[in-house]
Write a protein that binds this ligand. Structure first.
Ligand SMILES: Nc1ncnc2c1ncn2[C@@H]1O[C@H](COP(=O)(O)OP(=O)(O)OP(=O)(O)O)[C@@H](O)[C@H]1O
Ligand SMILES: [Mg+2]
Length: 184
């Protein structure tokens, strides 16, 4: 069953098109990642799926429920979709608290925007392993954004490369093991 279905989604800010025609779906239990250069629209997509960016076009279904632009998330949807922003936090302890807070409501879908940036390697590894363990224990689905190709390869079942607000390519585990998701 697809937990997330995004079809031809577009987000504009005045003249600026942040997301131009994004389409992808995420199966229950998957860790699906968005990668791509700064400004390509990754966080904007997460904010739409978290109900924080309510102006968008296209079609989206979360947990089988169709979203309506402009509408607040309520009830089950609100409980079941949580987001962790880390770059806003520094320090492993704080990041653990942010993750713990997001998990209190037992969400089915966790949106992770750079969850371990600004952490040193050992703390980062610990948090990523914690996330993987919690995901298995609580049967969650993750949508992850990271600039770190190693983090992407460690965590993801599939990773979608974005450029100019569109998904250009999707890498499966075999492709990531071959390093095809590594850019630049
Ligand atoms: N609230 C906003 N108002 C105006 N422009 C915005 C707003 N939010 C994002 N943008 C613009 O939309 C584009 C996509 O931004 P977004 O934050 O989604 O990129 P990103 O892929 O997450 O980048 P990064 O890797 O740096 O986090 C950028 O050009 C950004 O400047
Ligand atoms: Mg971002």
């Amino acid at each position: 069953m697809a937990i997330v279905e995004v079809n031809q989604v577009q987000v504009t800010f005045g003249e600026k098109t942040a997301v131009s025609a994004a389409s992808f779906s995420i199966e229950k239990g998957e860790t699906f990642s968005l990668i791509g250069e700064s400004g390509c629209g990754k966080s904007t997509i997460l904010r739409v799926l978290a109900g924080l960016q309510r102006e968008w076009r296209g079609s989206i279904a979360l947990l089988g429920e169709a979203l309506t632009p402009g509408r607040r998330f309520e009830g089950e949807l609100r409980r079941n979709v949580q987001m962790v922003f880390p770059h806003q936090l520094s320090g492993g302890q704080r990041q653990r608290v942010a993750i713990a807070r997001a998990l209190l409501l037992r969400p089915q879908l966790l949106l992770l925007d750079e969850p371990t940036s600004a952490l040193d390697m050992s703390v980062q590894a610990e948090i990523l392993n914690l996330l993987n363990r919690l995901k298995a224990e609580h049967e969650m689905t993750y949508l992850l954004v990271s600039h770190d190709a190693d983090v992407i390869a460690h965590m993801s079942d599939r990773a979608a490369l974005m450029a100019h607000g569109k998904i250009q390519k999707v890498f499966d585990r075999e492709a990531m093991l071959r390093g095809e998701h590594r850019m630049g």
